[in-house]
Design a protein around this ligand. Structure first.
Ligand SMILES: [Zn+2]
Length: 185
């Protein structure tokens, strides 16, 4: 029990350090004999990890395992990028890692390379031409990306303006997600 109280005190200190009052996250409401707890940062009053993460991210303080969650990007897109960055999306080469051998693992779009998690959204000719077109349109110099990590790393370190950086990163999330969606169709 002492451990639980210590954890609560530690979390309270951590939030205060980041300028977030702990009673914004959870607040006691007393009506007569009824006591209830309400979260002030969500509409329905129920605490959600994602809501706190968005607040922290707005303060520029969240970089979970070097992944930047952008609140303007739908969660399903961010989750896809997060998985893609960790090579956890399904491709033709996935079954072989589980001992199932398919007749071919070559990319059906370019027929020249293995269809890996980095090939589909980044290395494939189709992905390269889409990325090149959009980078040109944004007037951002293009480099040769080999992995999803390369794309995200480039965008999150691009230029000096944090707003523009975030915008470019959002565009990259959208490019990778759109390529994936088109490929699945
Ligand atoms: Zn390909």
């Amino acid at each position: 029990m002492i451990g639980v109280w210590n954890n609560i005190a530690r979390i309270k200190r951590e939030l205060e350090k980041r300028g977030i009052p702990h009673d914004n996250i959870i607040k006691k409401h007393q009506g007569g004999n009824d006591i209830s707890w309400k979260c002030e940062i969500t509409r329905d009053g129920k605490y959600k990890v994602s809501a706190l993460r968005y607040i922290l991210e707005d303060n520029g303080q969240v970089d979970i395992d070097n992944f930047i969650w952008i609140k303007e990007i739908p969660l399903k897109v961010s989750c896809f990028i997060w998985r893609a960055k960790r090579s956890r999306i399904s491709t033709m080469t996935t079954p072989s890692s589980r001992g199932i051998n398919l007749p071919t693992t070559t990319c059906c779009q370019c027929n020249s390379m293995e269809e890996t998690t980095d090939h589909i959204p980044v290395q494939c000719v189709f992905a390269k031409s889409v990325t090149e077109w959009i980078f040109n349109w944004c007037n951002v110099p293009l480099i040769s990306f080999q992995t999803v990590h390369d794309v995200l790393d480039y965008a999150s370190n691009w230029g000096t303006c944090p707003k523009k950086k975030k915008r470019l990163l959002s565009i990259c999330y959208t490019i990778l997600w759109s390529i994936w969606k088109v490929r699945n169709k």
